[in-house]
Write a protein that binds this ligand. Structure first.
Ligand code: GDD
Ligand code: MG
Length: 356
């Protein structure tokens, strides 16, 4: 089975973290998000993954790490963004000759994609969409089905929930199985949206959907990125991290002083250092080679690789980019620091975005 993963977005809502790293390379629990996606595809029996990208393709290729055994990864780069349908068609052209998976590359989930493929085959569908329940339908593609799973309506980002039935609303989870002919006629020279142009036209012509109540989160904002990290360490989403509620996951190659306090759920990655009197957690990830100095407090926060928090600083509900530094005694809340950015000693910052 082949999977096409859409990773062309610039991740604008996650700036400055995405100014020099594409979103799929950002870490969840210290592991590049795309690596977790590859684990999931491998578990579903996928042997070839085509990453469809346009933004920072070299960083993407370098940042995803070693693919799981038996999975081959190819990076395909568009000259211009082709939209979701155009990008899938461009990546699939000449590479697929049977049903294939297509995924949005910014969703952390653990629904069984193998079951989606099986359902598609058993029903003889032309396209099958995975669905997840949400409370706010206006940010997603709402999919109305009959009890049998046949799609009756597909409405991308409806302005209101009027006329869409009662909550919860079942929306497009960003994972599909497609027959090769579905996107065969998509033009190669203009943007085409699978959500706005293809799926609405396919209603009544073999478009089906499968509901899943598994974990699901779009990681596109600072809040959801931090929440996805916490959920992975807590084990709310099934990943290779093997998290659990209250888990204290310390890599054997990390140095945590005996007089430091770790409050689970927390993860400390290889090469990281937590000094005496520091308190880390709950809901914190100390990335590879990151440092939390003596007396500092870090909670609800992700420190990316090589980030450093100075003595007696407090960092809450924030993301500190690669090699960024927080000076001694500084206090940050709800902030995102880009690669190499600096918060000065004693500085107080709330809800700030600071590029490096
Ligand atoms: N290669 C490529 N080219 N990728 C693209 C392009 C493009 O032109 N446009 C978007 N993408 C990628 C993004 O990087 C992302 O991984 C995915 O396609 C979806 O785009 P988003 O911009 O994140 O869309 P959204 O989150 O507003 O809505 C989509 O996802 C929802 C679930 O999270 C839609 O598919 C909704 O229907 C769905 O409910
Ligand atoms: Mg998205």
């Amino acid at each position: 089975m082949i999977a096409v993963v859409l990773v062309g977005g610039e991740g604008t809502r996650l700036r400055p973290l995405t100014l020099d790293e594409p979103k799929p390379v950002l870490p969840i629990g210290g592991v590049p998000f795309a690596s977790l996606l590859l684990d999931r595809l491998a578990a579903a029996g996928v042997s070839r993954v085509i990453l469809s990208c346009g933004y920072l393709p070299e960083r993407l290729a370098a940042g995803i790490g070693e693919p799981p055994p038996g999975v081959e990864v190819e990076v395909v780069v568009e000259d211009e963004p082709l939209g979701t349908a155009g990008a899938i068609a461009f990546a699939a052209r000449g590479r697929v000759d049977g049903p294939y998976l297509a995924l949005n590359g910014d969703v952390l989930g653990d629904a069984d994609l193998g079951a989606l493929v099986a359902e598609h085959r058993d029903a003889g569908a032309r396209a099958t969409i995975l669905l997840t329940p949400v409370d706010d339908p206006t940010r997603y593609g709402v999919v109305v089905t009959d009890p049998d799973g046949t799609v009756e309506r597909f409405v991308e980002k409806p302005p209101t929930a009027d006329g869409l039935g009662p909550a919860p609303w079942w929306v497009n989870a960003g994972a599909y199985v497609l027959e090769p002919d579905v996107l065969a006629d998509v033009p190669a020279d203009r943007m085409t949206s699978i959500e706005r142009e293809i799926f609405p036209d396919l209603v009544g012509h073999g478009l089906r959907a499968l509901r899943s109540a598994g974990y699901w989160r779009d990681i596109g904002t600072l809040e959801s990125f931090l929440a996805a990290n916490a959920d992975a360490v807590r084990g709310r989403v099934h990943t290779r991290l093997g998290g659990a509620d209250g888990a204290v996951l310390v890599d054997p190659a990390a140095a945590v002083d005996a007089a430091a306090r770790l409050v689970g759920p927390v993860r400390v990655c290889a090469g990281a250092r937590v000094e005496a009197g520091a308190e880390v957690g709950p809901d914190a990830v100390v990335g590879p080679d990151a440092v939390v100095a003596a007396g500092a407090r870090v909670h609800g926060t992700v420190l990316l690789a090589g980030a450093a928090v100075g003595p007696d600083a407090e960092v809450a509900d924030s993301a500190v980019g690669c090699d960024a530094t927080v000076g001694a005694g500084a206090a940050l809340r709800g902030c995102a620091l880009g690669t190499g950015a600096e918060a000065a000693a004693g500085e107080r910052l709330a809800d700030a975005r600071r590029p490096g």
